[in-house]
Write a protein that binds this ligand. Sequence first.
Ligand SMILES: [Zn+2]
Length: 440
Amino acid sequence: MTQSTPPVSSASKPPLARLTPEQINRYKRHLLLPEVGMEGQLKLLNAKVLCIGAGGLGCPISLYLAAAGVGTIGLVDVDVVSPSNLQRQILFGLSDIGEDKVQAAAKRLRDVNPDCNIIPHKMLVNSHNVMELIKDYDVVIDGTDNFPTRYCVGDACVLAKKPNVYGSIFRFDGQVTVFAPHLKNPNTGEAGPCYRCMFPEPPDPGSVPSCAEGGVVGVLPGIIGTLQASEVIKLIIGLGKPSIGKLTYFDAADMEFRQFKLRRDPACPVCGDHPTITAPIDYEQFCGVPILDPKSAEETAAEVKHAKQPAGTKPATADLDGSGLPPGYAFKPDWEVTPREVKALMDKGEKFYFVDCRLPNEYAITHIEGATLIPLQQIQQHGEELKLHKDEKVIVHCRSGARSMQFVQILRQNGFPDAKSMAGGILLWNKDVNPGGPHY
Ligand SMILES: [Zn+2]
């Protein structure tokens, strides 16, 4: 997991001093800009930039940096390309499915610009490897999607005095800024803030849904990633005002850009006046969540496996136990029924009230005939309708079994003695009872 190639240090490769005729032709739109010119283009060609994350943000960032002629681009990601990446990760195509993202990206970027030395780092960034990873790069870009990595990269950049070009996205909103306490806010002359100045504490585990859970509009990382790439180019050339101490928030739904001032916190534990964090810490422990969500890794593997299967073959259900549950599933018989048991009730014609507590957009993706849609969020509004079934057997399902359990707990508190949740939700149903049914 930590296999990577060290970046070519400036010692091993002398800085480029002039452009070849081919390079002059390739970069002439830059050379025509007095603010960039020959000097700026040489700075780009001699720059070393590390992009952490080769996903939604990393794709447009690295494409534009390669096109601009950034001489060394390190790319960090541990994932492989899966079909659901293609909605927004524009470096990849169908032929890349199942391939390591960093390798597929390197292939594409080298094709965009052979001047770029693309360095793939297939690894998870953690407190043990982050300082070594970033040490030879001039600029670090945070294009990750999880809190442990953001804190890790944020702290390491403060400690190693590297600018951290930060971007994040969720649903229709995104934000961009440059964290760099060793550099000055161009508007105030004060030292800039770091990631911890903005977010001193991580969110409660599970309180902030990821893009995998909450969704993201495909073009959004293109916009935010391109803004990050623009900040990187400005920092390398020394052009304009870097976005230090200024956070830009973008709302794609209403086409609104809003800007906020950010200030360094003198009490910040890493960039403050009396820092208490002087080396990377254990970020998984700090955030209370793993860097790599095992569930999402499993989903990626399943997606890739499914995409690689010849059309018409049935997906294997061999990885379920004798009752049709994933091995090791902590089944609670007082509170749950298995999809297989629900199917048996249906086949016997036994009467029960079946509730699908997901959202209508999820229902449109896949649903079970006979289930009534009552989103968990609307349980109060449907009180009267539900009461009619108080003394019946009630079975509730959602996507994977978490929301339906909440729904059942509320029902039980309100006097529904025979309410149960369908274990594993419709995802397990579509694996065991309705194999080949949509997985989302
Ligand atoms: Zn700070």
